[in-house]
Ligand binder design. Structure first.
Ligand code: OFO
Length: 164
């Protein structure tokens, strides 16, 4: 049996996972407009996965006799800037979700809620992976952008060549 405090927090995380799905779909739409189809595909897959995460919270609540109460999902931003800025936002969002999951786990420990502890193990591992993936993509994008700015700097230098 979940305590009312735990059920409330799990219901809220269910909403956070749906918001994550909505956020990644908005990010997909942003990169569709930049014609970055691979980025858009990645964001769509991520958006689908987040709905799966939300449903895990739904199932955990139901199978422990608690009531699911759906909260409103807020509007996500529509603009995310360059690919590098976009992935900085992905990483920051995943770090936010990790903090939520860790707070839930701390509450489950405090309440001796063993079932919720076991349930959250999957999310703790998942968040570690998601942060690692986002950080790796961000590093790759930053490397490409650094190469581009070095190339542009060389190009500017070459323009200075005097004739004769
Ligand atoms: Fe982005 O992962 Fe859900 O929890």
């Amino acid at each position: 049996m979940l305590t009312p405090a735990m059920a409330g927090k799990l219901n809220h995380q269910l909403q956070e996972e749906y918001y994550s799905s909505y956020l990644y779909l908005s990010m997909a739409a942003h990169v569709e407009n930049l014609n970055l189809k691979g980025f858009a595909h990645w964001m769509r897959v991520q958006s689908d996965e987040e709905r799966g995460h939300a449903m895990k919270f739904y199932e955990h609540l139901i199978s422990n006799g608690a009531k699911v109460t759906l909260e409103a999902i807020q509007q996500p931003p529509a603009e995310f800037g360059s690919p590098e800025e976009l992935f900085k936002k992905v990483l920051a969002h995943e770090q936010h979700i990790t903090r939520n999951i860790h707070e839930l786990y701390a509450l489950a420990l405090k309440e001796n809620d063993y079932r919720t502890q076991v349930f959250l193990h999957w999310f703790i591992t998942e968040q570690q992976e998601e942060e690692e993936v986002a950080a790796e993509i961000l590093a790759r994008i930053a490397a490409v952008e650094n190469r581009m700015s070095s190339l542009l700097w060389i190009d500017k230098e070459l323009k200075k060549r005097a004739g004769g």
